[in-house]
Design a protein around this ligand. Structure first.
Ligand code: DX5
Ligand code: ZN
Length: 224
């Protein structure tokens, strides 16, 4: 299945933050065999968020190990300075935060000029109005349902209303973005998000740190 949601299907994107990096290749294989559609890569710079994860160097290794679609979620203050390096690392989509310290429309253009998908994300405390000016030019909207920075946090319900609003705005304006949600996703919270209009569910700890990962993957994928 492609990263673009088909009618009536939910795309599942495991967040690799929860994966075992000492066994990365096998982890990617297991997740792909279980039905993952996308790999969600959480990039943190220790400045935009109080945590540091991976950069283009690690993504290159991930790219070598899988053919699946790679979405880089940039939780970094200055994405504009690093877009070219992330593109070179082999990602398919780059999502930037509206709260970052750069010109959003310019950075979205920069991503799209390389023929890659461009996404915009917003934190739980950021109002939807902040991203409205960019909605006509993005391929993806990433609604944060936890404060960015760490996996394993609990779901913030403000995300459900935002998803519903984004769904309404998309049909009213004939916009084309896909709606994804990130943070605290399990079968219950995922169900609420899909009902509200989410196309892509990103899940880290609940999905990956589980003895029955394939079953959980199918559960998320079957939500309608
Ligand atoms: C948080 C990240 C999320 C998160 C998902 O900053 O963007 O992708 O790690 O992990 P869970 O599903 O454990 O909340
Ligand atoms: Zn993320």
């Amino acid at each position: 299945m492609s990263w673009l949601p088909q009618q009536g299907e939910t795309v599942v994107a495991p967040s690799l933050l929860a994966a075992d990096f000492s066994n990365l290749k096998q982890e990617l294989q297991k997740l792909a065999e279980a039905g993952a559609d996308i790999f969600h890569l959480d990039i943190m710079d220790g400045h935009f968020v109080p945590n540091i994860t991976m950069g283009p160097f690690i993504i290159k290794a991930i790219r070598k190990s899988t053919d699946l679609f790679l979405d880089a979620h940039l939780m970094i203050s200055r994405p504009d300075l690093y877009i070219d390096r992330f593109i070179d690392s082999g990602v398919d989509a780059i999502t930037v935060h509206v709260e970052c310290d750069c010109q959003i429309d310019a950075v979205l253009k920069q991503i799209r000029s390389h023929g890659k998908q461009a996404g915009i994300s917003l934190k739980p405390g950021t109002a939807i109005e902040e991203i409205i000016p960019y909605l006509s030019e993005v391929d993806l909207v990433l609604v944060m349902s936890v404060e960015p920075g760490f996996g394993g946090q609990s779901f913030d319900r403000s995300a459900v209303d935002k998803i519903a609003e984004l769904h309404r705005l998309r049909s009213e304006n004939d916009w084309n973005y896909v709606i994804s949600v990130d943070g605290g996703i399990n079968a219950d919270t995922g169900n609420d998000c899909v009902k509200a209009g989410a196309d892509i569910l990103i899940s880290g700890s609940w999905l990956i740190n589980s003895d029955n990962m394939p079953e959980r993957m199918s559960k998320l994928a079957s939500l309608k």
